[in-house]
Design a protein around this ligand. Structure first.
Ligand code: ZN
Length: 234
């Protein structure tokens, strides 16, 4: 275990596989870790329910982190539904749009998330934001790019007049490496928790339990998760 970092970290935590890996990563490092979720009118409310289950299961599965896991916050960002028209918030099929971006893209969503996260972090005395953005399995989301997030770190630190570090531990990891990171951090118990309790499926299905977890098995998110698991297991 690395030396404890005395700063408080705020993890952008959706209840999915990636943000759960980020939460474990933060709990291993920081003295106090709070979590933040966004209600943006997700078509599938199951995501929001999974967040709390993952948190409570983490306390049982990884008691070494229990004293570090602080409060959870949920911000209402349903106004995003007023400025976007996407497959995540409307009953539409997921498909590629002109320009190559999938229609799951909410324009600038991560910029908004980080801005709200930083405002909350400031109030909570946190100076580290942790997010699961990743450039390796890049789905074309320009607000997940490393340079975008570095620019946000600078903008937020200047705008708040206090250091606000944006950490993205998954930025250069493949999905297989993200499974490996979770195993390194929390062993078989954390892997089992991620398989059973985190939610990734775009269609909001729990369905049968596959080797890699629950989900429809067909949507892009399920395919990515299943392929990463298979590659890690190989
Ligand atoms: Zn799915």
């Amino acid at each position: 275990m690395p030396d404890t970092d005395a700063r408080t970290a705020l993890v952008l935590f959706s209840g999915g596989q990636d943000s759960t890996a980020c939460l474990a990563w933060a709990l291993e490092r920081y003295a106090l870790v709070e979590t933040l979720g966004f209600d943006y009118g997700q078509r599938h409310r199951i995501e929001l329910a999974c967040r709390l289950t993952v948190r409570s299961e983490l306390l049982k599965t990884c008691p070494q982190w229990a004293s570090r896991l602080g409060d959870d916050h949920l911000l209402d960002l349903r106004l995003l539904g007023q400025i976007s028209d996407t497959a995540l918030t409307r009953d539409r099929a997921i498909e590629l749009q002109a320009g190559g971006l999938p229609n799951t893209f909410v324009p600038g969503r991560n910029l908004l998330f980080l801005t709200y996260a930083a405002a909350l972090a400031y109030r909570r005395g946190a100076s580290v934001l942790v997010g699961g953005m990743c450039e390796t399995d890049y789905s074309g989301y320009p607000d997940c790019r490393d340079n975008t997030l570095k620019a946000m770190q600078v903008a937020l630190s200047l705008g708040l007049d206090t250091p606000m570090v944006v950490e993205t531990p998954l930025m250069w990891l493949s999905k297989a490496q993200t499974w490996a990171l979770s195993h390194l951090l929390g062993g078989d118990a954390l892997i089992e928790l991620i398989i059973e309790h985190t939610h990734t499926c775009y269609l909001g299905q729990r369905g049968e339990r596959h080797a890699w977890g629950h989900g429809c098995g067909q949507c892009p998110a399920c395919e990515l998760r299943a392929a990463g698991f298979a590659a890690w297991r190989r």
